[in-house]
Design a protein around this ligand. Sequence first.
Ligand SMILES: *Cc1c(COP(=O)(O)O)cnc(C)c1O
Length: 466
Amino acid sequence: MHPTLAADRDRLSELLQSVHALAAEELAGLDERPAWQPGSTPAPEPLPAAGSGTQGALARFTERWAPGFSGSAGPRYLGFVTGGATPASIAADWLTGVYDQNAGGSGGSSAAALERETLTWLRELFGLGDAHSGVFVTGSTMSNTVGLAVAREWLGERRDVSVSEDGVAALGPVTVLSGAPHSSITKAASVVGFGRSAVRRTPLLPGNREAVDVTALARELEELDGRPAVVVANLGTVDTVDFDDLRAIAALKERYDFWLHADAAFGAFAALLPSHAHLTDGLDLADSVCVDLHKWLNVPYDSAVLFTRRQDLQVRVFHNSSPYLGLPALPDPDFLHLTPENSRRLRALTAWFSLVAYGREGHREIVARNTAAAADLGDALAQVPHLRLLAPVRLNVVCFTLAGAPTPEAVRAAVEAVAATGEAFVTPTSYRGVPALRAAFSNWRTTPADTERALAAITEATAPTA
Ligand SMILES: *Cc1c(COP(=O)(O)O)cnc(C)c1O
């Protein structure tokens, strides 16, 4: 063994104490770490020939790289929908590396069974029934991609071809209909071979809505003249967190042939709130469902799940069996037969820990507190003369802009001015053609005092200069 490696092995406990000390210090300072760190990349260094051991690496890391890391896990980072990491999930993330299990298969370890238990709990948390089976993936983009890949196999089934055997050319052109899909849906359509242009935007409801107009959707399905399609329902649109009417969409299946994929990346968490649970009504009717965990469950990257009612089709797409072994047996084949990866990190452990540590009640409290924060910020921003709310605050996102007719440049400058305060971070968007800003709440650390600070930062940084 290399002497440096041997030395590390011999003082492993001490090394972990050093890591622990750094982690504790960083987490203690997280609430005050600037959400945004511009110009923070250090000068490049050559590949080390002789290593400096873990202690040396830790020193180089804290000196060169840690100062540039953003406070995106902190309480006033309101960009995108980001989430943080609960204490239990951080502990679990450490342990995931310690045990270093390969959850791709289930031989000789209980790790895959732990993933199954976690999936069963998550299914219950989001109101899905036994007909849905789940799997962990790296994020919602991958969850949507796996969902569309299963949809692709279903389209093949409807047309009597096997896409997994014969390729996507056997399928002919595909139509994916969706009202206000997340950008990852188009990316997924590219990856699975439908092509980005297969995704067609269905008109939205009139008024200030981002939910699909189900009548218009029916018309577009009608125009397909019996050709099976894919419909992506959006549960929680990114700009204004609007929800498609899943029950009404699912009811169209009586007349039209389509696969129903629900992108509920963060909107699924509305199911935890009695006041908002109706928004996720009908989630169980979807053929596949995407839920993110590194967002509103507040586990570290990278974690999301895909649920589907057609595990048999999922296996056809992703199985890694030798031809002479045949397809793996259902239900619940090894996970390597269900996702793009074969070897897989035990990604479920962070969610398992957080669910055991805080339970349904603890996670409901996070969602409730974040939702209340968004409502409070929305109410307060509506009172600021130089700002304008663009949509009602439906869940955890405030979509607003500068008064008057703001240009994209003015909005970008406003976003940068807010970031420069170090107090809060919001992201730019365009809502119904209007350049806008979004403040999204999804972090367990955010308190009412943080909302006050974010409000002050946003109000002052966007004020017109006299
Ligand atoms: C964030 C998000 C995604 C993509 O999730 P990643 O985890 O970043 O891959 C997909 N859909 C919706 C609605 C999202 O909010």
